[in-house]
Design a protein around this ligand. Structure first.
Ligand code: AP5
Length: 223
């Protein structure tokens, strides 16, 4: 089986991580989040984490060369698998490099699915997000509250706010999305693999719609 992937595209807070988790739990796809990989490298004190931390904490993108290096290392060590890319690619250069690397490996990119959500919803979601310090599970103080306030349902770890979820940093991340990532919408539309899903609805409905889109589109039907 060749490597296959779909991309979840969307602004910070669009629900990429949440929906990727739901889809992967149901389908056997592997959740591939560059944000999670970078945060794990920071936690471990790895050299790549030390380089990435300064960018992440101020809401800027980590340089493309660093990202492509960690992505392709992970893919090459994973063998044949199906991936949900969350937060990658994020620039046109990353998208073009991914295409070139996938071509070399005979891998296929089935879809780029844009999770669409209004800015007010994003702000509400990100300011209320809480993440488990231990296992990384995601909660929201109002939308997806843990059973016991401040404690992870899965492992009992303490919940904390991400350093880049302060309002000023969120606003900067939204600008960076418009300036550097939004161009990918046209890029994947022109390749005929773009699909759009309304991500302002409850997660179950959003995930169900994404699951219908895992296979490549029939010729000339995407966009
Ligand atoms: P990353 O971790 O990828 O952050 P992001 O793209 O900004 O996205 P978020 O994780 O903030 O949001 P999300 O869309 O996943 O939403 P979530 O599901 O969590 O990247 C962080 C940083 O790393 C970047 O800024 C950059 O510096 C660096 N980086 C990463 N990849 C890079 C790359 N390829 N190139 C360069 N730099 C890179 O949901 C948010 C909240 O809403 C949660 O609390 C959740 O519980 C809640 N929620 C979700 N869905 C729903 C719903 N349907 N209803 C109600 N609440 C919901």
């Amino acid at each position: 089986m060749p490597i296959q992937a779909i991309i979840l595209l969307g602004a910070p807070g669009a629900g990429k991580g949440t929906i990727a988790d739901d889809v992967c739990r149901e389908t056997g796809y592997i959740h591939f989040s560059t944000g999670d990989m970078l945060r794990a490298a920071i936690k471990q004190g790895a050299p790549v984490g030390r380089q990435a931390e300064q960018y992440i904490n101020r809401g800027a993108l980590v340089p493309d060369n660093l990202i492509i290096e960690i992505v392709m290392q992970r893919i090459d060590s994973g063998g044949a698998a199906k991936y949900v890319f969350d937060g990658f690619p994020r620039t046109l250069d990353q998208a073009r490099l991914l295409d070139a690397e996938f071509k070399k490996r005979g891998a296929s990119l089935n879809r780029a699915i844009l999770l669409e959500v209004a800015k007010e919803v994003v702000l509400q979601r990100l300011t209320g997000r809480r993440v488990c310090r231990n296992c990384g599970a995601n909660f929201h103080v109002h939308n997806i509250p843990p059973k016991k306030s401040g404690i992870c349902d899965h492992c009992g770890g303490a919940l904390e706010q991400r350093p880049d979820d302060m309002e000023a940093t969120i606003l900067h991340r939204l600008e960076v999305f418009q300036q550097q990532t939004a161009a990918l919408i046209a890029y994947y539309k022109s390749r005929g693999i773009l699909a759009r899903v309304d991500s302002s609805r409850p997660r179950k409905q959003t995930a169900a719609d994404v699951m219908k889109l895992l296979e490549p589109p029939p010729a000339s039907s995407a966009g």
